[in-house]
Design a protein around this ligand. Structure first.
Ligand code: FE2
Ligand code: FE2
Length: 276
């Protein structure tokens, strides 16, 4: 029977409702997509590979024994991994419609996997949180440079999910940073990890960033702004963690996510692409 008192039951319910969304369908070929540089398809193929992994963390959560997590958290994590795999399917549609090819290996994807396996659950979730920050910023920026097409709505759906994931992982770290010493360690680890991740992702995706006409400084500034926001959600803001996913998008209310419809159907919102 579901534990009504678990702080993770609401997350489990949100993930469960979103898992009912229909499977992604193939995107239409659109003439204006022919002008999208080939580097964008390759860039999305790298993200597609990154979204495909993460299966081992579910078993690790079940056996971790960390304070503050329970069976509801484990189930929410399982559903979270499923949602990331859905992103992999959505991005595969994007890569195909852009005429690109899916890949099986990439050095930044391997680096993220290596970092996740390096230590225990906390570091794994830290790497996942970093990936959420990178994903939110990158998918938003990329989408804002595409011509009008179905792919923009699809990327907006992924961004909406990543916002919720960011809130989910911040909620986890709130349970793991109850003392000043732990807060200090989190802050230091988070800043180093997010800085390193932004650097390697920017390096690996530099051709797409350049070809889309995105100023490197703007991309970097956005990553750092979301990184600082995540840090505040963990260490400062007592009540905002659960709603973190909706902090940047007035059109996406928690209720719409709970019934599993709003996120998938929300139109692309350009205003959501501004820095907080
Ligand atoms: Fe994702
Ligand atoms: Fe995510």
């Amino acid at each position: 029977m579901q534990d009504k008192t678990s702080p993770w039951s609401k997350w489990r319910n949100v993930f469960a409702s979103r898992s009912q969304r229909p499977a992604p369908s193939l995107l239409r070929d659109e003439p204006n997509l022919e002008e999208v540089p080939a580097s964008v398809a390759r860039s999305l193929a790298i993200f597609q590979l990154g979204e495909s992994g993460g299966g081992t963390i579910t078993a690790q959560v079940r056996h971790s024994g960390l304070d503050g997590i329970d069976a509801d958290y484990a189930e929410a994590m399982r559903l979270f991994v499923d949602e990331e795999h859905r992103h992999a399917e959505l991005l595969a549609c994007c890569v195909r419609v852009l005429g690109g090819e899916l890949i099986r290996k990439n050095w930044t994807a391997r680096l993220f996997v290596f970092a996740r396996r390096l230590m225990g659950l906390r570091l794994k979730v830290l790497v996942l949180l970093t990936a959420e920050v990178v994903g939110i910023c990158y998918y938003q920026l990329l989408s804002s440079r595409l011509p009008p097409c179905d792919m923009r709505g699809l990327l907006a759906e992924i961004v909406d999910d990543e916002r919720m994931h960011l809130g989910f992982h911040c909620a986890f770290f709130r349970t793991q940073t109850r003392t000043r010493w732990r807060q200090f360690v989190f802050r230091a680890a988070w800043r180093v990890t997010t800085f390193a991740a932004a650097l390697v992702v920017m390096l690996d995706h530099r051709h797409a960033i350049r070809d889309l006409g995105l100023p490197y400084g703007q991309v970097w500034k956005r990553w750092m702004a979301f990184s600082e926001l995540a840090e505040r959600l963990v260490l400062d803001d007592e009540d905002a963690t659960f709603n973190a996913s909706y902090a940047f998008s007035p059109s996406a209310a928690p209720a719409s996510a709970c019934d599993g419809t709003g996120a998938a159907e929300a139109p692309y919102n350009r205003s959501a692409a501004t820095c907080p």
